[in-house]
Design a protein around this ligand. Structure first.
Ligand code: MN
Length: 214
């Protein structure tokens, strides 16, 4: 049998200190997993999950400011990388870029968020580090050297194991899945020219620059 089309290769993430790469399959995200961010967005008792397509993942150092928004927000997040059996094999730093104005309009209509969350380049990622993710430690994001978000992984409402158990009620987790685990308080807007630095203690750093609109 011959396929009638050739699919694009999946994005691949580098692994710190290892020559192998991690091919990205699906991307799952949780909303409001830090108490302080839940408060700033309006708290919800039930975990809110959404997905981004694999095409959202990028390792480019320069990203064009996306179309269809005037209010692009950053959300720094610990990202889990899953292997056989849906178990965590590595983790890294990611940013969940969000068209907040578009998301707000969709929320008002109780409509899905996909176009505000899953656009191309909406999931910048750093390299992965093999092993269990850190259970605690600083997570932060700065823009042009000024800290915007600062928290601790220990503030997660659902830490990684509990988050995967909850997500696993709805999806059979599989190798290649990435799981964005939510963001601490301090989300705010980016503009073209901004230099973004995302950090989690013990994990490879993530740096990128937003360039002018295409
Ligand atoms: Mn997020």
């Amino acid at each position: 049998m011959t396929d009638i089309i050739s699919r694009p290769a999946p994005p691949r993430l580098a692994i710190d200190g290892d020559s192998r790469t991690f091919p990205v399959g699906r991307v799952f995200c949780i909303g409001r997993n830090y108490a302080d961010h839940a408060k700033e967005m309006g708290a919800a008792a039930e975990a809110i999950f959404f997905t981004k397509p694999a095409s959202a993942v990028t390792t480019d150092a320069a990203l064009p400011y996306p179309t269809e928004t005037e209010d692009l927000h950053h959300e720094v997040e610990l990202v889990l990388a899953l292997g056989d059996g849906g178990r965590i094999i590595a983790s890294g730093v990611g940013v969940d870029l969000t068209k907040r104005d578009l998301q707000a309009r969709l929320k008002a209509k109780s409509a899905p968020w996909e176009i505000a969350k899953g656009f191309d380049g909406s999931a910048p990622m750093g390299s992965l580090r093999l092993g269990e993710p850190p259970a605690s430690g600083a997570i932060s994001l700065s823009v042009n050297g000024v800290t915007r978000q600062s928290g601790d992984l220990a503030q997660m409402i659902l830490p990684p194991a509990a988050l995967l158990a909850e997500l696993g009620r709805f999806f059979a987790l599989q190798p290649g899945d990435l799981v964005f685990t939510g963001t601490p308080a301090g989300v705010s807007a980016l503009v073209p020219g901004d230099q973004v630095s995302a950090r989690i203690a013990g994990l490879p750093p993530l740096d990128f620059t937003l360039t002018e609109r295409r």
